[in-house]
Design a protein around this ligand. Structure first.
Ligand SMILES: [Fe+2]
Length: 213
């Protein structure tokens, strides 16, 4: 995500009803059309009178937000996180008809760190079910390899020195219209929508950044 200020909301990479029956068009209309757009709007508003931050990408803003005074760092992390995290969530899904399991380097890393793809799914599902309140479960890469991490609110692995590869949004707004309080049912169905090609691309971004550093 190489955009800088002013940030533009990205369109959904599929039709609004393309994730049905697991995630309805009605949910995406609220989630993408209103909530995600509000994060982008608020991020631009916050940056509008901070020219020193206007040439930074979302990744740089997120990394920097944790080193800033809380009066700026907290809202910046919240809005930049809400912008970045939602792009990862929406682009990290695809219609069920195009599903395929992970391939290549990422598939090999998953096997190496979690024993098998099934082992990884079990561990990630367990973590997602354990999220208390609003937050996300992430697959992230770091110096010690792949890791599953739960983060509250709109925090992002970049704020903890890790690189995000995929995520599931576990805020109630992501599933309440379709599942009411059945978060476990939402998590189980989300697996059918994971866009592994996107996660593989993120892993490649991480690997090439590491080769450069
Ligand atoms: Fe969300």
């Amino acid at each position: 995500m190489q955009q800088t200020y002013p940030f533009e909301a990205l369109p959904l990479p599929y039709e609004i009803g393309a994730l049905e029956p697991y995630i309805s068009g009605e949910t995406l209309e609220v989630h993408h059309g209103r909530l995600y757009n509000a994060y982008v709007y608020n991020l631009n508003k916050l940056l509008s009178d901070r020219p020193e931050l206007q040439n930074l990408t979302l990744e740089e803003l997120l990394r920097r937000s944790v080193r800033m005074p809380k009066s700026v760092g907290v809202p910046l992390g919240r809005y930049a996180g809400g912008t970045y995290n939602h792009v990862m969530y929406f682009y990290g899904m695809a219609p069920e008809s195009s599903y395929r399991p992970p391939q290549g380097e990422l598939a090999r890393a998953i096997d190496a760190f979690f024993g098998s793809f099934d082992g990884f799914v079990r561990e990630f599902t367990e973590a997602a079910r354990a999220v208390f309140g609003s937050g996300y479960t992430w697959l992230a890469a770091g110096r010690r390899g792949l890791t599953i991490i739960n983060l509250p609110n709109q925090e992002n692995p970049l704020m903890t020195g890790l690189y995000p590869l995929m995520c599931i949004d576990l805020w109630e707004h992501a599933y309440f219209l379709d599942y009411k309080n059945d978060r476990a049912g939402y998590i189980d169905n989300w697996w059918k929508l994971v866009n592994w090609e996107y996660a593989e691309g993120k892993y490649e971004e991480y690997a090439s950044a590491r080769r450069r550093s």
